[in-house]
Design a binder for this molecule. Structure first.
Ligand code: PMP
Length: 398
């Protein structure tokens, strides 16, 4: 073992600890649900992206078991080298119908879908214009591209600021292609991107639009089909990304767009070309999860009922939820140490939430992120509010 390397890691971690930025994963001892077991105790689970409860829905679990029994445990290869089976085709066709796009291509994760799609579509001579709060997987995808994209060169616009976006577009006329890329729902703030304005600007300045609907899938639009549906922008968004890991409850990501885009990504999307396909159990479960979204409105209704109750109650108690419009509900703390203490105290009071600090959000904008879901009963949320009230007062947040 290289001792220099080990001691370098040690020093870095000590710095993180000194700045209250050190993370270690909480370990769950029970399946995803409204309450989960941790350290032998049951805690109200406000940390999950399992918006609709599908991760542990018996219909989805049964479909996973059946697919594993019929098809085996693993895909055996990357998609284009024999790892694609008819389950993949069924899932992609169902998703394309759901998204009302010509085609869908499934990747192993939402992260992979972002980093596998942006570099082959935008390169030398192109420019990528990003919202400053875009998700890390968009940022990594952008960094892998040979296009111009840097904040220091002026290609990152202030969060949701359409005047700033237009200012940038005005000076990008010389590039071969222009991409505007944004989260549909911002993952740490819970606000919705102004997609109609972005699309209008893109049409005015001949730009391509890509929206990352990781947190809009299963949450916004007809049957949860995303922000393009929510705003009635069918046919006007070039590249839509969705995750299969959050509201859909399993794992994976996808790109919805034209049939031509799909063919290009099959030929040039590196995670598609070089990383093994999702296992049959995941694909089988996802086919069922999409069917549930299309036919059973109840999980989405419960999600939104809980979301409205949760946000209004937190605000009544005096917490700042930072303009969130969706189930993602940040509770502003500001100081990193305060956010970490809040997380710990809430856990002692029976609530599981996670503090979000730099580099996930800017320094001084630390928060605990809460996510009400279809899994919660009213009692779960009321008990959580009692804990928030107590801890919020204790820490001087309310
Ligand atoms: N985009 C956004 C906005 C996300 O929040 C996430 C997940 N944190 C991803 C992409 C990546 O999705 P996945 O977890 O499926 O890799």
């Amino acid at each position: 073992m290289n001792t220099n390397f080990q001691s370098w890691i040690q020093t870095q971690m000590e710095e993180l600890k000194a700045q209250n930025l050190y993370k270690s994963p909480p370990i769950l001892e029970s399946p995803q649900n409204g309450r989960v077991k941790m350290g032998g105790r049951m805690l109200i689970n406000l940390a999950s992206n399992n918006y609709l409860g599908l991760a542990n829905d018996p219909r989805v679990v049964q479909a996973a078991v059946q697919a594993a029994q019929e098809w085996g445990a693993g895909a055996g290869a990357v998609r284009w080298l024999g790892g694609t089976n008819t389950l993949h085709e069924t899932l992609e066709n169902k998703l394309a119908e759901f998204k009302k796009t010509e085609a869908v291509l499934v990747f192993q994760s939402g992260f992979n879908a972002n980093s596998g799609t942006i570099p082959p579509c935008f390169g030398e001579g192109d420019v990528i214009i990003s919202d400053e709060l875009n998700h890390a997987s968009i940022i990594d995808g952008v960094r892998l591209s040979a296009a111009k994209y840097k904040k220091s060169d002026g290609y990152v616009y202030k969060h949701a600021d359409m005047n700033h976006l237009e200012e940038i577009l005005k000076r990008c006329g010389e590039f071969k292609k222009r991409l505007i890329v944004t989260d549909g729902v911002f993952s740490m703030d819970g606000d919705i991107a102004p997609l109609p304005d972005i699309v209008s600007l893109a049409e005015k300045y001949d730009a391509v639009v890509m929206v990352d609907d990781a947190h809009a899938s299963g949450v916004l639009g007809v049957n949860g089909s995303g922000s393009t549906s929510h705003f009635g922008l069918y046919g006007r968004v070039d590249i839509q990304l969705g995750t299969l890991s959050k509201a859909l409850g399993v794992v994976g990501g996808y790109i919805a767009g034209s049939a031509l885009l799909k063919k290009w990504l099959i030929n040039r999307g590196r995670p598609y070309l070089f990383s093994t396909a999702l296992p049959p159990a995941a694909i089988g479960a996802l086919i069922k999860a999409v069917e549930i979204l299309q036919t059973d409105p109840q999980p989405m209704e419960r999600l939104w009922e809980n979301t409205r109750f949760w946000k209004a109650s937190l605000e009544d108690l005096g917490f700042d939820t930072m303009g969130s419009e969706t189930p993602i509900t940040p509770v502003f703390c500001g100081d990193e140490g305060k956010a970490q203490t809040m997380e710990r105290r809430l856990r002692e009071e029976g609530v599981f939430t996670v503090s979000i600090v730099y580099p996930t959000v800017a320094r001084g904008k630390a928060r605990v992120r809460t996510m009400p879901s279809a899994m919660h009963t009213r009692q779960d949320l009321e008990d959580a509010l009692t804990a928030f009230h107590k801890v919020g007062k204790e820490l001087g947040i309310i």
